[in-house]
Ligand binder design. Structure first.
Ligand SMILES: O=C(O)c1ccccc1NCC(=O)[C@H](O)[C@H](O)COP(=O)(O)O
Length: 218
């Protein structure tokens, strides 16, 4: 499917409601204890029930072990798993068959050569999320509000299921869509008023801007 909008890192019923009411296609729940967006299994379970049938529910994991995956799937029952670590294409395929549901893989981009990592994930990933590489060694693996140079995507196979992310916000998402023509977009920090604090007005503005830009492509 094309023209999808994902709001990632939702961690309260109020901000999840704002994303659902504004028409998000996908909502992401982060399982990474160092993140200000981390949800416990219990909170993830409740948020997942709230979103059921209204948006695809995505659980974000970072280099997860089998036990961690099993616990998240049982508690949160996501529609998709997002892998945001250094998972190899083989590990992504293994996880996909283990959970028997679609998987999306994040690939960090800083320079043109980083795009060589994308194609090997095409077969096993429902979406390939292109994100900026973390700005420093001790930064989070994602959710840093940093963009990469979108011009690096010039010439990338347009058939790839690219979800653009990294530093998107209500003010730049239209230009990002116009320049890169992704199948989907994803945002976290750009719709926050502070680390982990989603802002309903910014969520609404982001979704409106992205919808308008996707519609202008046809
Ligand atoms: O959001 C987090 O805290 C996070 C923690 C660990 C791994 C990944 C994380 N987020 C990844 C996302 O899906 C973000 O939406 C993506 O990196 C874009 O983030 P942003 O640049 O803040 O919009």
């Amino acid at each position: 499917m094309n023209n999808l909008i994902k709001i990632c890192g939702l961690s309260s019923p109020e901000t999840l409601a704002a994303a659902l009411d504004a028409g998000a296609d996908m909502v992401g729940f982060v399982r990474y204890p160092k993140s200000p967006r981390h949800v416990t299994l219990d909170l993830g379970h409740r948020l997942s029930l709230q979103a059921k049938g209204r948006a695809k529910r995505v659980v974000l994991l970072v280099d997860p072990g089998d036990e961690e995956i099993a616990q998240a799937v049982e508690a949160i029952n996501p529609d998709l798993i997002q892998l945001h670590g250094h998972e190899s294409p083989e590990r992504v395929a293994e996880i996909r068959s283990m959970v028997n549901r679609p998987v999306m893989k994040a690939v960090g981009i800083a320079e043109k050569s980083d795009l060589e990592a994308v194609a090997p994930y095409a077969k096993g990933s429902e979406h390939i999320l292109l994100d900026a590489k973390p700005p420093k060694a001790d930064a989070l693996p994602g959710g840093n509000g940093v963009s990469f140079d979108w011009k690096l995507l010039d010439g990338l196979d347009p058939a790839l299921p690219i979800m653009l992310s990294g530093g998107l916000n209500p003010d730049n998402v239209a230009e990002a869509i116009r320049l890169t023509r992704p199948k989907a977009v994803d945002v976290s920090s750009g719709v926050e008023s502070g680390p982990g604090l989603k802002d309903p007005a910014r969520i609404k503005a982001f979704i409106q801007a992205a919808r308008t830009a996707f519609a202008a492509q046809h």
